[in-house]
Design a protein around this ligand. Sequence first.
Ligand SMILES: [Zn+2]
Length: 287
Amino acid sequence: MSQVWNVLLLSVIAGLGTGLGGLIAIVRKPGRRSFGLLMGIAAGVMISLAFMELVSEAWKMAGYLTATLGFAAGALFMLAIDMLIPHMRFGEKEGIGQQPEASSPEDCDCNAETPGRHGHRGRRQRRGWFGKTSAPLDRMLLKTGVLIAIGITIHNMPEGIAVGASYAHQPQFGYFIAMAIALHNIPEGIATALPLCKAGARKRDAFRIALLSGLTEPVGAMLAIFFLSAFRDLVPAALAFAGGVMIFITLDELVPAAREHGHQHWTAIGIILGAIFVFVLSGIFGV
Ligand SMILES: [Zn+2]
């Protein structure tokens, strides 16, 4: 039973990274270059975690077939979810330009040169969830908030699964994965809060949503630990599956979001830094 509590605690700590990111976003909004760098770090952490740790661990435990099938299943699953469920990606700013001018001092002041102001190419706007709506600000914000929340849940649940599966594999491995994901979540929290600010949300609401967004991770972690304590043989497949999901999300969402505002070199440097962070952390944890 203590393992359930440990996993809960670990995944909450990992999830709190987004709250920290949200706080950073409203206290001192990063410029475009820093945004590219930070999102690059988030991507680099995920890529190296997925390949070097999750998939490789599955490979060592259960052979190449399990690792390959688990990885492919995770990536395909994510592709299907991505196509079937309407949601917003990180850094998307649907509905910009429709909101009335923000005037209260409570409002975010990040309307000026928030990253991506000109970079938004309308990806996913084809879904038509926003676009021409003339709904009042509140409704639009609510819609934006709901879509962002769905996007984040889709994104963060698998990270929780990664924490749960890693812990089921080996507690020390779980600690390591949780720490890496906590760091990865800081830029994600920033990317969650910024578009909300831009859409006219209050600072404290943007922070609150960023904070709550990370707390979907414990849900994934709990599902994983309960499921895997009943089916221990599936631990390697679950690790590889989480790896596949994370690689898909990173390539499909994080890297494009990071590069959306130019400064590609900074994104590349960020990816390298994120990978180095994982290497060092892996060394420290001895996993
Ligand atoms: Zn993430």
